[in-house]
Design a protein around this ligand. Structure first.
Ligand code: 2AM
Length: 179
């Protein structure tokens, strides 16, 4: 079984800037620069036999390239139960259209439909025991957080390798968007 997800990659400079937000004093696991991505669809464990068909299906998607600008920080699932600290992005119709198309295609292949609404985010940290007050003050301190838009010219199929000290994400396939 392969643990798979479909996601967008980020440029080096944006990774560095996201990593710079890190507060090492928190009881949290901060993502390292090589772990940053924006998930479009978590697929979970997939039989290796399915990989060619999945790849073929994703390669059929015709969607335009677009620009994406990280802006704002958010906490998931909620500020009263802070588990994940993440960066949000400016809403762009192309991002949501791409996510919807991927969802449609993978459901056609037999994956269970995603029942949660798409909340695009780049995970910065998984919080263990960070008091809500500390999270609130972090969000306040970074309330103007924004990065310059970056071009999204492709989406990717990732394999997640789980390790006790954090996941390693490997890009298995690149699917170009239309220029
Ligand atoms: P997260 O960053 O919000 O946790 C690889 O695990 C990627 O898939 C992560 O970006 C993770 O989102 C996302 N993902 C979505 N649903 C998931 C699930 N049920 N289990 C694990 N990861 C999930």
């Amino acid at each position: 079984m392969l643990r798979l997800f479909v996601a967008l990659d980020l440029p080096e400079d944006h990774r560095r800037r996201l990593y710079a937000l890190r507060d090492p004093s928190w009881k949290a696991r901060w993502a390292t620069p090589d772990q940053f991505h924006l998930t479009l669809r978590f697929l979970g464990p997939v039989e290796e036999d399915l990989l060619p068909e999945l790849t073929r299906t994703l390669a059929e998607i015709e969607a335009p390239a677009f620009e994406l600008a990280p802006r704002g920080l958010m906490v998931l699932p909620s500020l009263t139960r802070p588990r994940v600290l993440a960066a949000a992005v400016d809403p762009v119709p192309e991002l949501h259209a791409l996510q919807a198309e991927i969802e449609r295609r993978v459901v056609d292949l037999g994956f269970t439909p995603e029942d949660r609404p798409f909340r695009p985010h780049i995970t910065l940290a998984r919080l263990k025991q960070v008091p809500t007050a500390a999270v609130r003050s972090f969000l306040q301190r970074h309330r103007d957080f924004a990065l310059t838009p970056f071009p999204v010219r492709a989406f990717h199929l990732y394999e997640s390798h789980l390790h006790p000290d954090g996941a390693r994400y490997e890009i298995l396939h690149r699917f170009p968007l239309q220029p």
